[in-house]
Write a protein that binds this ligand. Sequence first.
Ligand SMILES: [Zn+2]
Length: 230
Amino acid sequence: MNLTNLLTSFFSLFYPNLCVICREPLLDGEEFLCLCCFINLPKTNYRHHANNRASDRFSGKIPVEKATSYLYYNKGGAGQKLVMDIKYKGNIYLGKWLGQLMAKELHKDDFFTGIDCLVPVPLHPHKLKKRGFNQAEIIAQGISSVTHIPLETKNLYRSEANVTQTRKNVYERWKNTSGIFRIKDKQMFEGKHVLIIDDVLTTGSTLESCAVSLLETVNIRISLLTIAIT
Ligand SMILES: [Zn+2]
């Protein structure tokens, strides 16, 4: 055992790493989640179905090649706990790890075949400054590290801050997000298949708004991926 491991073990006696979901102390070899919570992750398994609840949310609205979400997001459930730990507790390591975990599974089913570029949903610069990171970008970094698909974070940007969506209905959310994303260079994604990435898919209005802006590009194809779906 080297010094770092020895010190880690020593400190973990007093400050044990806890499972993000059940808050029980983690055992050696467990990372972020205990084995029980890991096995019981509320996976959607949408990847086995081309038409699923994620893609249904966009049907008739925008042309999407494929769309999927990895986990169910229920109040107080594992999906919510994971997303909140990343977003509000700043657990960026968990975000990357979860992105990698999702990517490894989807990779087996050729979900990423033909995808040229990963585009995380941008945060407004003010919010980015306040939070210090964009959770969608952190997740996308994890995906990129597994798939080696390049990340593009500058070309799509948020033009104005929208107020929090939490207490808004479907129409208000749509109105709140329509037209807030812009593209700097409309040629960059020409002829490309772009995968837009976000943390949670709720009404789909944010992803839809991103897609509408990206669709101004000639011959672009768009797919969507989120960690969780409500
Ligand atoms: Zn647990």
